[in-house]
Design a protein around this ligand. Structure first.
Ligand SMILES: NC(=O)c1ccc[n+]([C@@H]2O[C@H](COP(=O)([O-])OP(=O)(O)OC[C@H]3O[C@@H](n4cnc5c(N)ncnc54)[C@H](OP(=O)(O)O)[C@@H]3O)[C@@H](O)[C@H]2O)c1
Length: 252
């Protein structure tokens, strides 16, 4: 299977490459997703069967100041990639995020968090999240799209404190990359079955418990001290992927 990866130099892209031998991962200098012609040419030359779109503007605070760049990369970039996939009939695995959900206690809902693939998205908390939500719509321009909502950290916990009152499905990139690589291997079959959105993430935990796994000395805190607005619970329900994987593995 010919697989092409955007954003191969990033955290997730870097972790995926060794797991998918033979994957083509041109750097941004060769495949700038903001340039529709560059994308069209690169895709026509590589003729990928599956495209993993992991390139993005991911710096959440810089996104507030550099809105134009963030929109061009995340939204227009995804449009260009999706349109190129549509022309080639390629399967697009578009990497998205739990940030497309709001994540607050909501008196209108019986439960919060535990978001399923078909739950309503938004509202968004910041500009990065807004562009990632808009990018999901752009990904749908490729008839054979698979939107993978995930959430991960780099391999280490970077802060002295972690919050006990933020529920998350976050995990570390080296733990989630093998799952996403597996999704990539099965992506054409998954799309053939009519599945277009998948949540791929870790088990529900708190930010503090997540941090403590890799930074045992981390201090307990609460989100009141964060200085930015954080959700209560943005955990993702991953049962669709769990059931699908079990069935696909059983079928071989
Ligand atoms: N990190 C998280 O917590 C998290 C959580 C959920 C979902 N995600 C999603 O997962 C995906 C990967 O995230 P990540 O953390 O691995 O990101 P990252 O480390 O910031 O890497 C982003 C990659 O995108 C590339 N890129 C940026 N602009 C580009 C352009 N115009 N053309 C081509 N490539 C470009 C970067 O290239 P350079 O190396 O040249 O800058 C880099 O390789 C993103 O879609 C992100 O939204 C991330």
């Amino acid at each position: 299977m010919r697989v092409l990866l955007t954003g191969g130099g990033g955290r997730l892209g870097g972790a995926l490459q060794p797991l998918l031998p033979g994957i083509a991962a041109p750097p941004r200098t060769e495949l700038d997703v903001t340039d529709a012609e560059v994308v069209a040419r690169a895709f026509a030359a590589a003729r990928p069967e599956v495209v993993v779109h992991a390139a993005a503007f991911t710096d959440v605070s810089a996104a507030e100041r550099q809105r134009d760049a963030c929109w061009r990369i995340n939204v227009l970039g995804t449009r260009h990639v999706a349109e190129a996939c549509a022309r080639l009939g390629a399967t697009l695995v578009h990497v998205s995020t739990d940030y497309v959900f709001w994540g607050d206690a909501d008196p209108e809902r019986a439960a919060r968090g535990g978001y399923r693939e078909d739950d309503p998205t938004g509202p968004t908390r910041n500009y990065y999240a807004l562009t990632k939500l808009a990018a999901e719509d752009e990904a749908r321009r490729a008839p054979r799209h698979l939107i993978v909502r995930t959430t991960f950290r780099a391999t280490a916990w970077p802060y002295p404190v972690a919050f006990t009152d933020v529920a998350t499905s976050q995990t570390y990139v080296d733990e989630i990359a093998p799952e996403i690589a597996e999704v990539v291997r099965w992506a054409p079959r998954i799309v053939d079955e009519g599945v277009h959105v998948l949540h791929v993430a870790g088990p529900p935990t708190t930010a503090f418990e997540l941090a403590r796994r890799r930074a045992p000395e981390v201090r307990e805190g609460t989100k009141a001290e964060a200085g930015v607005e954080l959700p209560d619970d943005v955990t993702l329900d991953v049962s669709r992927w769990r059931d699908l994987r079990a069935r696909l593995l059983a079928q071989g």
